[in-house]
Unconditional design. Structure first.
Lengths: 673, 336
């Protein structure tokens, strides 16, 4: 067949629906195995559907989402029996696209489809009340049929996609996403709020279970990021505004002042020797000091200096010609703002460590020898403040005994704790215990746990060996409280729940294996880019199983711990997944937009401008129309179809396609107008 | 100064300013009040000649909100070439507020008008007079000293002025229009500060929901849905009011209880943060329904929740127009 003939064939197949002809609704009630049929009588629902106005046919099938089920619907459309489709089955979240495609393939406009959710909204929630469930299912079908009768064909809009991605957060997840996308040829803007990329992984010493050096595997990636010509690295910067929509986001990025000319600075470090201000080093979690002019750690990328203006006394010594030869110090630097246009956004903002200060019984912040897991990591680190020779803070002597407490702030259903498992603490405590034992084989190391969760590849073996080969004592039980003994030793009172007896233990150092939390400012990021968060505070994925890197805002993806606690391999896997999803979208070059946007009825609009100010997306403006005078006009590319304008319009002059006043009203009235 | 003298002064102020504006061609026409044809009324009038200026009057029956005549749905005042006329509008406080709010809602261009500000001394409540007089016919009503003199068939009664005012005139804090540079002439309020304690609302607010329901039910009981309140309201300027829409028909057209209620409650929603408290709706109601408490409630909520009073500041966004993340969310239901 020639192309022209094929085209002709296609045209012939298309069923023209103008919306003015008599609606012929086909109702397809799905058994969903026993999910629906096990609670209500589907044949009775079919019989009921047949009595509804304009219903041409009603059918039952085991699974309408199956090929055979889809074909039943297709045949009815193609035979001209129906011009509206109602599927009474599961949530449209999953299968609305399936059935829309069925309509499309059968030649019917895909928006002449309506789904009645009689599973989640009836047979699942009213499982124990079959009669009630049956009544609810009837109403749901009635409402959908009523709406279907009012449906009008709509056209899908396509918009082009800017082949660039904004990545927020330069930790291991953000870096991996950036590298993948840059290698594929997309422009990447990697925004990191601290002066260096690397994130939390840079603070770690070794990684479980392979015990390879964190910095040794991380720093080459950092250098790759800096060198990649497709990546524009924006460290010490923050995203302050995001506007636009999938394919065409515009982000405003604030470059915070370094007070050091980043071009001119050679990173020689002479200024550090002269700087008189000594302050706590964030990178070493206050276990070491730094100067007011600093780089966070020696391998930082970019390796240029920054002045911490909160602590700088502006003495002017670093600006002296004999100190800074390249003359790079700029005390009067102001923040710079830049705007970038991107098609996709990846959020990889990472995590904060749970702050155990509130758990007074563990003495953190009160006793010098109680530290948290990340501090222990810095003590063990060969690049840390003690060059990898851990000592206890009170007297800088190597402790003979260490106890770790697991699940600090995690799996805690009381106030102030997080209910979820942080997934990494069992393994990092085991790793730290092993590392300490390697350095001090005679030391006594105890780990107090609820139960050890060693779920990853090679994790169980790692944990087994810790007990067997390293002699680490795992004690199942929670610690009731700790107190300080002589010489700042820590006295632990706990219950060994396996032996079912209370115990008291004196150790030299006590490490709290704190869990991971969402960033304290995750809420601000969420409202900035308009994505949801789940109840635990982490960013919410579009579907926990099938769309784990997508958000519900199209074109925005999440990677790493920003989505939920995970270890490095999982973070990297998700980062690569997010990069791949972003690339898939951008590779298509254009994106289809659901045509559910607001439309103005010019004869009703009076141009009061209420909607203009109310539109979060800036999609509405007042125009002077030749016929109607001053009226609202909607930019359909910007409109998200949220309906704020429609709901607020006194004149009912704004309708949302797919949810018009008539359609909503017919749903409420159940077609009984 | 007694009310009678105040009225004379205000009338003189209107006429002087109108004459001046017309003579100096600052405006093409003056929109003001003239004597009504029956007692207890006044009429709006458009004056375009200096000779006619003396037709302009001021008395305590000038209840119409003249701003209504400037909204687009009413045929705009135009010359023969179809150009908009420059209008000088006699403005008591609530007319000034209406003009400002209408400009916020893009309905009028303040540049195109002159506000002739006058210090309003209150509007007589027709319903209260009629309740007092009963069925007897009134021939004439006037103010003498601080009293209202009513003459009619076998009737001559003197009533104290202050007691027969509209309730909202008693709490009104914007007697003159808020001043806008280059637009206002006459007596205007510079930087008005509204310190309303809503003490008149205390009694109503202390009612239980059931009592409030009962009150509103009794209040609206006699409504015939003539829409006089809508027609006179400067804020009711939609092309097609929701009650007249038929795609879909939102609710019934009858005077059944539920339909009357739906009309008044939706109209109240549409007035939230917009009502300027002129009381014209109550003044024109043939059934004597006083919507004052409903309108005051709306004003109170806008003030307490959003610190907004309509028609005071041409730059301030009304609460229903603005989107603010910090808005009070107390009406939201908590997730379990």
């Amino acid at each position: 067949m020639t192309e022209a003939k094929k085209e002709l064939e296609k045209v012939k197949k298309e069923i023209v629906v103008t919306g003015n002809e008599k609606p012929q609704v086909g109702v397809y009630v799905c058994d969903c195995g026993i999910n629906i049929a096990g609670v209500v009588s589907v044949p009775d629902l079919v019989k009921y559907a047949e009595t509804l106005p304009d219903v041409a046919v009603a059918r039952e099938y085991k699974f309408f989402c199956s090929d055979t089920g889809q074909n039943i619907i297709k045949e009815d459309i193609q035979s001209g029996l129906i011009n509206r489709v109602v599927v009474a089955a599961c949530s449209p979240r999953m299968h609305e696209p399936t059935f829309r495609l069925v309509c499309k393939e059968a030649g019917l406009n895909q928006f002449l489809f309506e789904q009645a959710n009689i599973r989640e909204h009836s047979t699942w929630v009213h499982m124990k009340d079959p009669e009630g469930a049956f009544e609810a299912a009837k109403d749901l079908i009635k409402m959908s049929v009523a709406k279907a009768r009012e449906l009008k064909p709509l056209e899908v809009k396509t918009v082009s996609i800017e082949p660039a991605c904004l990545i927020i957060g330069g930790g291991i997840a953000g870096m991996n996403s950036a590298l993948d996308l840059a290698t594929e040829g997309y422009k990447v803007y990697l925004v990191e709020r601290t002066p260096t990329i690397g994130g939390h992984m840079a603070q770690l010493d070794k990684t479980f279970p392979t015990m390879d050096c964190s910095a040794c595997i991380l720093t080459p990636r950092m250098v790759d990021v800096a060198r990649n010509e497709n990546i524009e690295l924006l460290t010490y910067s923050e995203v302050v505004e995001v506007t636009g929509y999938v394919g065409n986001f515009e982000a405003t990025i604030m470059k915070k002042p370094h007070y050091v000319d980043q071009e001119a600075c050679t990173g020689c470090g002479v200024c550090v020797d002269y700087c008189p201000v000594v302050t706590g080093n964030e990178f070493d979690l206050g276990l070491a000091t730094r100067k007011a002019i600093y780089i966070p750690f020696p391998q930082a990328v970019p390796g240029k200096y920054t002045i911490d203006m909160d602590n700088c006394i502006k003495c002017g010594i670093c600006a002296r010609e004999d100190v800074c030869e390249p003359d790079a110090i700029r005390y009067d630097e102001e923040p710079e703002y830049m705007k970038v246009k991107v098609g996709t956004i990846i959020i990889a903002t990472g995590w904060d460590l749970y702050d155990p200060t509130g758990l007074k019984q563990y003495g953190y912040g009160r006793y010098p020898n109680v530290i948290d897991g990340l501090q222990m990591e810095r003590l063990l680190s060969s690049t840390g403040p003690l060059d990898g020779k851990p000592t206890r803070p009170s007297d800088l002597k190597a402790p003979h005994s260490i106890a770790f407490l697991q699940c600090v702030g995690s799996r805690n259903f009381r106030e102030g704790g997080n209910q979820y498992c942080s997934r990494v603490c069992c393994m990092y405590a085991t790793k730290q215990a092993r590392q300490y034992k390697e350095k001090h084989p005679d030391a006594d190391v105890y780990i107090f746990y609820m139960d050890v969760r060693a779920f990853g590849k090679g994790y169980e073996e790692f944990y087994e060996s810790a007990g067997k080969n390293y002699g680490i004592n795992y004690i199942r039980g929670r610690i009731a409280e700790v107190s300080e003994g002589e010489d700042h030793s820590i006295i632990i009172r706990a219950e060994d729940t396996l032996l079912q007896e209370p115990m008291e233990l004196k150790v030299d150092m006590f490490v709290l294996s704190c869990g991971l939390e969402s960033r304290s400012d995750a809420g601000e990021v969420a409202s900035l880019v308009r994505v949801q968060r789940s109840s635990d505070g982490f960013f919410m994925e579009a579907h926990p199983k099938l769309r784990p890197v997508d958000t519900l805002t199209e074109g925005i993806f999440i990677a790493g711990v920003a989505q939920g606690p995970k270890d490095i391999p999982d973070s990297v896997a998700q980062a690569k997944g997010a990069a791949s999803s972003a690339a898939t979208l951008m590779a298509k070059g254009e994106v289809e937009m659901e045509p559910f946007f607001a439309v103005v009825r010019p004869d009703r609009c009076i141009g009061c401008g209420m909607c203009v100010e109310n539109c979060t997306y800036g999609a509405i403006e007042l125009i002077d129309d030749r016929h109607f005078g001053k009226i609202a006009s909607i930019n359909q590319a910007l409109c998200k179809g949220c309906g704020a304008c429609s709901g607020n319009c006194r004149c009912s002059a704004i309708d949302i396609f797919g949810f018009t006043g008539e359609q909503i009203f017919s749903i409420i009235m159940g077609g009984e107008l | 100064m007694v009310i009678e003298d105040q009225n004379k002064d205000i009338e003189q102020l209107i006429r002087d300013l109108a004459r001046k504006l017309l003579k100096e061609k600052e405006v093409d026409v003056i929109l003001g009040y003239t004597k009504g044809t029956i007692p207890l009324t006044s009429l709006p009038i458009v004056i375009d000649k200096v000779e006619d200026v003396d037709k302009l009057i001021w008395n305590n029956l000038c209840y119409i909100n003249l701003a209504k005549y400037l909204v687009p749905r009413i045929p705009t005042l135009m010359n023969e070439e179809g150009q908009k006329l420059k209008v000088g509008i006699v403005s008591k406080g609530c007319i000034g507020r209406a003009l400002i709010h209408l400009s916020v809602e893009h309905q009028i261009d303040l540049e195109n008008i002159k506000i002739i500000g006058i210090p309003c001394n209150g509007i007589i409540n027709r319903k209260k007079i009629e309740d007092e007089i009963g069925e007897r016919e009134i021939f004439e009503i006037s103010v003498s000293g601080d009293n209202i003199i009513i003459k009619g068939e076998d009737l001559e009664q003197t009533l104290p002025f202050n007691e027969y005012l509209n309730d909202l005139c008693k709490t009104c804090q914007v007697k003159s229009p808020p001043s806008i540079e280059n637009i206002c002439v006459g007596e205007c309020l510079e930087n008005p500060v509204i310190e309303d304690d809503f003490s008149d609302m205390t009694e109503f607010d202390s009612k239980t929901p059931e009592e409030k329901w009962e009150y509103i039910k009794n209040l609206l009981d006699t409504c015939t849905r003539c829409y006089a309140c809508r027609e006179v309201c400067p804020m009711c300027y939609c092309n097609l009011c929701f009650v007249d829409q038929n795609q879909p028909v939102w609710f019934g057209k009858t005077t059944a209880y539920s339909d009357i209620f739906t009309f008044h409650l939706i109209r109240a929603m549409h007035m939230a943060g917009r009502c300027v408290g002129c009381g014209a709706c109550s003044s024109v109601c043939p059934m004597g329904i006083d919507l004052n408490l409903i309108n005051r409630s709306l004003e109170k909520i806008a003030k307490e929740r959003f610190n907004f009073t309509s028609g005071i500041d041409p730059e301030a966004l009304p609460p229903m127009m603005a989107f603010d993340m910090e808005d009070d969310q107390e009406f939201m239901m908590e997730e379990d």
